[in-house]
Design a protein around this ligand. Structure first.
Ligand code: CP
Length: 360
């Protein structure tokens, strides 16, 4: 049995297969209409969502399955102190597969180590959002006709933007991909992406602060919201919130053949005047999310049927004497979770928390 916690849980070939299946679903929806008859998806959302939760639910319904779940922590027994591990065991009694969104980084990973059905990470804090990445990869493939030889601009809150982290991990595996990282100094991409992905694999990237300067080079512009809910200091958010606003003037600087993506929701970082530009792909991206989640549900259920046993985690190589200090990590709130660290960069002797990937 497999889960999807990080986009790196799937090889590039598996991601490509999901893109192919999603395109087949778009072309032949009737073939898939009964594929999940009598199967149930649980959506356990401890944090707000419009697209991810509803696209998962629409995906399961269009496959002929059923859905159950909750959309806020306050209506679940987490409000009474139930742990993530116990919640995962309980949901496994009711559903064949579950999608979990949680504000604490690493929560879906903890769930996957305790569930007896596949777990999908539907976004954990400022860490990862692998199903948004599947959506983004499908969208880039459909809009640009390729996934290689692209210059991809990521603009906005690259520190807290979990969609950015997962997208870099996924797109770094295609040849000829270059990243332009466009952000204010305080919101630069975190170490677990910079060192574990970009530096480790020698992926070309530039860090710039000007969207206007980057614009003419880009094949894909991935705009993101400044994530107010992840800031420790409201004054810092207020200072940075309007750092980048994409408008018609800036679109005039872009290539004729390029696409603008945004995981949404947007606040004001893309002017509505851009919506009518044919290069604005973010609402087509929303629809792609449903199709690729259909493909993902099919894949994980098929694999669970073939191999229903959950893989046990081998913790023998992990350090137990280092404490994770990331306040957004699941290990900060679930006191019985052991603090475990794995070696991610042997040359620099860097260890990272197994839940949130912060340096410890
Ligand atoms: N893109 C995304 O995750 O949107 P929601 O927060 O609405 O699910």
């Amino acid at each position: 049995m497999r889960s999807l916690i990080s986009i790196l849980d799937f090889s590039a070939a598996e991601v490509n297969d999901l893109v192919i299946t999603a395109k087949d679903i778009i072309d032949h929806p009737e073939y898939y209409r009964e594929k999940c008859r009598y199967k149930k998806l649980a959506t356990a959302f401890f944090e707000p969502s419009t697209r991810t939760r509803l696209s998962f639910e629409a995906a399961m319904l269009e496959l002929g399955g059923d859905v159950l779940g909750f959309s806020e922590a306050s209506s679940s027994s987490a409000a009474k102190g139930e742990s993530m591990a116990d919640t995962a065991k309980v949901l496994s009694c009711y559903a064949d597969i579950m999608a979990i969104r949680h504000p604490k980084e690493g929560a879906p990973y903890v769930a996957s180590n305790n569930a007896t059905v596949p777990v999908i990470n539907a976004g954990d804090g400022g860490h990862n959002h692998p199903t948004q990445t599947l959506t983004d990869v499908l969208t880039i493939s459909r809009e640009m006709g390729r996934l290689d030889n692209l210059t991809i601009g990521l603009c906005g809150d690259l520190k807290h933007g979990r969609t950015v982290h997962s997208l870099v991990e996924a797109m770094a595996r295609y040849s000829g991909v270059k990243f332009m990282l466009i952000s204010p100094e305080e919101l630069k991409i975190p170490g677990f992406i910079r060192f574990n992905v970009l530096e480790r694999y020698g992926i070309p990237y530039e860090e710039v602060s000007s969207l206007e300067e980057a614009m003419p080079e880009l094949d894909v512009l991935y705009m993101t919201r400044i994530q107010r809910e992840r800031f420790d200091c409201e004054a810092t958010y207020e200072r940075l919130k309007d750092s980048y606003i994409l408008d018609a003037g800036k679109m005039n600087l872009a290539k004729e053949k390029m696409c603008v993506l945004h995981p949404l929701p947007r606040v004001n970082e893309i002017s509505v005047a851009v919506d009518n530009d044919p290069r604005a792909a973010y609402f087509r991206q929303v629809l792609n999310g449903k199709y690729v989640r259909m493909a993902l549900i099919l894949k994980l259920l098929e694999e669970a049927e073939k191999n229903p046993v959950r893989q046990t985690v081998d913790t023998s190589g992990y350090l137990t004497d280092r404490t994770c200090t990331n306040p957004r990590c699941i290990c900060q709130v679930e006191q019985e979770l052991p603090h475990l660290a794995k070696l991610t960069d042997p040359r620099a002797n860097i260890y990272r928390c197994i839940y949130c990937e912060h340096k410890v």
